[in-house]
Write a protein that binds this ligand. Structure first.
Ligand code: DUT
Length: 151
């Protein structure tokens, strides 16, 4: 796992968000699901989504949302990331579910946010929702998947 000094060098865009052993990740926009999706024989059909009006978002009880992270991230080749929710959200009955950030990925991170609670949860654009933890990858390849954006 990488610490502050390495993270500042590798992720200059996130300088002010670097923590002793990770990078804080602020919420940008929140989306709701508008249609069905599917995954059949690796053919992805992502659900349509609709952005909610911000900057203050109300997450309804027992409802799933997608949240994007403010500013695009470049994960250098040779490194990978995992993303952990802020415990404040967990203590508020809200989970942030995440996958792995691949070496070489450039683009916008999108996480699944679910309000497990019985009540609304209110959150504002710019508030930190997760922490990215970075690992060195031995014998790393480079991401070339469908979510890669042009740098
Ligand atoms: O919670 C996450 C985790 C990762 N990513 C970004 C970084 C990662 O490198 C990229 C692709 O993730 P993944 O490899 O899990 O995508 P996939 O479902 O396997 O699709 P593809 O094969 O097109 O990459 O999405 C997210 O947006 N959200």
């Amino acid at each position: 796992m990488l610490g502050e000094k390495e993270l500042i060098k590798l992720f200059p865009n996130f300088k002010e968000l670097v923590q002793p052993s990770g990078i804080d990740l602020p919420l940008d926009e929140i989306f709701i699901q508008k249609s069905a999706g599917s995954l059949i024989d690796n053919e992805k059909n992502l659900p349509e989504i609709e952005v909610l009006d911000g900057p203050i978002y109300t997450l309804k009880s027992k409802t799933a949302y997608l949240g994007t992270i403010d500013r695009k991230i470049k994960i250098p080749k040779g490194y990978a990331m995992t993303y952990k929710p802020r415990s404040t959200l967990l203590r508020s009955f809200v989970s942030v579910q995440t996958a792995v950030g691949d070496p070489g990925f450039y683009g916008t991170l999108m996480f699944l946010i679910y309000n497990h609670g019985e009540f609304d949860y209110t959150i504002k654009k710019g508030d930190r929702i997760a922490q990215g933890v970075v690992y060195e990858v031995v014998g790393s390849g480079e991401y070339d998947g469908s979510y890669q954006e042009e740098e």
